[in-house]
Design a protein around this ligand. Structure first.
Ligand code: BGC
Length: 570
């Protein structure tokens, strides 16, 4: 099939118009983690049949696009980010035909479809990795990955001391076809996720084929996994891991001993060439395919991913890692709106995703703490004060995010106000990041990936007829979509109302700050749409105008209490 215009009968709002090439600039994007969304066949793993039963739910929520985390064939060592075949669907999740139905049904509601591309690494079950093992050292098959000889008399030591980002050595030794211990391959993540060699034109071409495969099927865009990792410099002598780690652009912190773009593993300049080739593929479609980079890089480097010549948009995770603090929010918002404008893109806003503690739980902490991977361990179900504080702040932050210019990314379940599920340790944990450190169990990312509650009671809270791949807690039913749909004061009702109003008031990409004191974050969009958030403890007076949304649900009053956001229009 040749690249075509996506057939989309519904023209709905600015973002929903099928031919609008800018649909993504201010889209509200809903992330589906397929294994945890809805299980249609009762095997305990969410699937496409389940998604097909929830299309009306997504349409009623009022999002502009859905981003699917990986659904490819996978051993699920890293939740599907270990891909066996980039152009197929895992049989546990569904079929290509079912995916076609999802695309067409979402499109019929004016909702775009974005999929995850995992290009830094495949899984060790990928056909090309099997070929590499079978072909032996020095072969063209091995040159698609990053194989090196080991050190020591028999090559029994890894080539260097580099560490995987999930812990443990970044090198794994293979057994050669003749049965002897042989070379080592590099993997920035788990042993089962060998890194591709992006200096190899064959690898580059194969990914272009994959992008076209999905573009031709009607997908509207891509979320590019660890976009800053693909290019690497493995020239010798190797730097030590201590040297590399001190310059890790991954968290945007630390002082790098490497010049910009020269770190051997992250954010290298030659990534621009790779993404320019991707851009040529994107631009062959009408409207062009969209892409957003997951790029954990220093803010001044983000434009390299967000520019229209590159992927087009890049995540900033600054709000997600920020404390509950007005000054921090103001600074982050100002800086990112400017950075995005300079890059020729729009900013992205994220409060939760499948990798971090849900924001209703992060904000439950009494101080102004930012991202805290251990936070899922706090038993919110029994600490009502913390739970209420977390939810109030979460809704206030969400309303603030939705009023900002740019794209808002919403993670499944946050529209229900779901807290992180605590206590998924050792025997039930599925995430490779869950670990024991100095004798203490550290929760991984499972707590934000627990299958969604759809009904108050019944098997697996309506997620599945028979099973759930992660345990759901007893209190989940109170957060179910069924309960919240019937309650005008629920988090779900708030998300629906806010998304509908956002669509109604959406305007150009400028903001004007309002000075309402140190504990307020207040800004106005060009058409007068005003957003005020109270980060302090005392009531905050609102500017004049018609209040169209208050996250405390209170009647029309001239002030808002702590941890509340209001939207006001002229
Ligand atoms: C994804 C993670 C995944 C990692 C390796 C990340 O950025 O969001 O879920 O574990 O990439 O693919």
């Amino acid at each position: 099939m040749a690249p075509t215009d996506n057939q989309n009968p519904t023209a709905r709002g600015q973002a929903g118009h099928p031919r609008n090439p800018d649909w993504w600039r201010q889209a509200a994007v809903y992330q589906i983690y397929p294994r945890s969304f809805a299980d249609g066949d009762g095997d305990g793993i969410g699937d496409f049949k389940g998604v097909l039963t929830k299309i009306d739910y997504l349409a009623a929520l009022g999002v502009d696009a859905v981003w699917f985390s990986p659904f490819y064939p996978s051993a699920l060592v890293d939740g599907g980010y270990d891909v066996d075949d980039y152009r197929d669907i895992d049989p546990l999740i569904g079929t290509l035909e079912e995916f076609d139905q999802i695309i067409s049904q979402l499109h019929s509601h004016g909702i775009k479809v974005i999929i995850d591309i995992v290009a830094n690494h495949s899984s060790d079950r990928h056909r090309w990795f099997h070929d590499a093992l079978a072909a032996g050292a020095g072969s063209a098959e091995r040159a698609r990955y990053l194989f090196r000889d080991g050190l020591g008399q028999d090559g029994e030591e890894p080539p260097n001391d580099w560490q995987s980002l999930f812990g443990g050595p970044a090198w794994t030794r293979v057994t050669e076809p003749d049965g002897t211990p042989g070379q080592w391959y590099l993997h920035l993540f788990t042993t089962q996720q060998p890194d591709w060699n992006w200096a190899n034109p064959e690898v580059r071409q194969d990914f272009l084929t994959t992008l076209r495969f999905w573009g031709d099927r009607g997908v509207d865009g891509f979320r590019v996994d660890v976009a800053m990792c693909l290019a690497k410099d493995l020239s010798e002598p190797y730097p030590t891991w201590a040297d590399l780690a001190s310059g890790m652009a991954l968290v945007g912190a630390g002082t790098s001993p490497y010049a910009d773009g020269q770190h051997p593993l992250f954010d290298r300049d030659e990534l621009s060439e790779i993404y320019a080739q991707w851009r040529d593929v994107f631009d062959a479609y009408s409207p062009p395919l969209f892409a957003v980079a997951e790029a954990w890089v220093a803010p001044h480097r983000r434009a390299r991913y967000a520019s229209p010549k590159s992927l087009g948009q890049a995540f900033n995770f600054d709000l997600l890692t920020a404390p509950w603090d007005a000054a921090a929010f103001r600074e982050i918002i100002g800086a990112n709106v400017d950075l995005a404008t300079q890059a020729g893109s729009t900013s992205t806003w994220v409060l939760s995703n499948h990798d971090v503690v849900r924001h209703a739980s992060r904000y439950a902490q009494s101080g102004t703490t930012g991202l805290n991977y251990g936070a899922g361990a706090a038993p919110l179900s029994v600490d009502a004060t913390a739970r209420d504080r977390g939810l109030a702040r979460a809704q206030a932050a969400t309303a603030l995010m939705l009023a900002l210019p740019g794209s808002s990314y919403i993670y499944q379940g946050e529209e229900l106000g779901l807290p992180e599920v605590s206590g998924i340790l050792a025997d039930q944990a599925q995430d490779p990041w869950a670990r024991i450190e100095n004798g203490v169990e550290v929760a991984g990312r499972d707590g934000c990936r627990v299958p969604l509650p759809w009904t108050q009671t019944g098997p697996y809270f309506g997620f599945s007829a028979n099973a759930s791949w992660l345990p759901q807690p007893d209190w989940f039913g109170a957060y179910s979509a069924a309960v919240e749909s019937a309650d005008a004061s629920s988090t779900l009702s708030f998300y629906r109302a806010a998304l509908a109003l956002r669509r109604e008031f959406q305007t150009d990409e400028q903001i004007e700050w309002l000075e309402l004191g140190p504990e307020a974050v207040a800004f106005r969009r060009r058409n007068g749409w005003t957003c005020v958030t109270n980060f302090g403890t005392e009531p905050l007076a609102l500017p004049a105008g018609r209040i169209v949304l208050r996250t405390d649900g209170a009647a029309d009053r001239p002030t808002i209490p702590a941890a509340t956001t209001a939207w006001i229009v002229p």
